[in-house]
Design a protein. Sequence first.
Length: 62
Amino acid sequence: MGDELDVLLVTVAEEPNLILASRNVKSIEVRSVNNVDPVSLVAHKKVIMTEQALKEIEGRLG
């Protein structure tokens, strides 16, 4: 499958059930907002964030 997605999913806190579920999909990486960095954001084709995670990142950037 050459069209696999490369997705980073960012949440506010580590969510064990989401991490376990995402293990079945090779192209998804799950990180908490505390463990995300600029390199990981640009290294993925798509980034999905929860609303709270986005607000926390916006708060850090000012």
